[in-house]
Design a protein around this ligand. Sequence first.
Ligand code: DQA
Length: 145
Amino acid sequence: SVVLLLNGPNLGALGYREPEIYGTDTLADIEKAVAEEVAVRGWEVVSIQRDGEGDLVGAIHQHRDSTVGAIVNPGALMIAGWSLRDALASYSPPWIEVHLSNVWARESFRHESVIAPLASGVVIGLGAFGYRLAAQALLHLCPET
Ligand code: DQA
């Protein structure tokens, strides 16, 4: 089984992007961490990071039938990523929204997520560790086969 790890705009820059807010782990570190978590059930990870919303939409449709669940950090598309939202509405496996930073403690424009109402759950403010928690949540939500 395969888990889709989907990261939106600017998340390829993790490690040097505002490390005081997002930490020093790189996307490669996060990919490794998620892979480690899901390996306990023999699952694999396909990791896709794109800065453009259309590419994220395409990735969701492309992997719709081949993945058991997804972990999605939409970055700033949380605020108005309506086509990302609509793509996720067509994705039926469980998926978890992750934000590294505690968006509730930040600017008010980060206080709304247009995708959150569709998520199985949301992990916010726990840094890169949040991706591990999201991976564990998917294991919890997906029945063992
Ligand atoms: C983020 C929070 C968003 O508000 C921001 O635009 C990001 C990263 C996070 O992981 O904390 O790009 O999604």
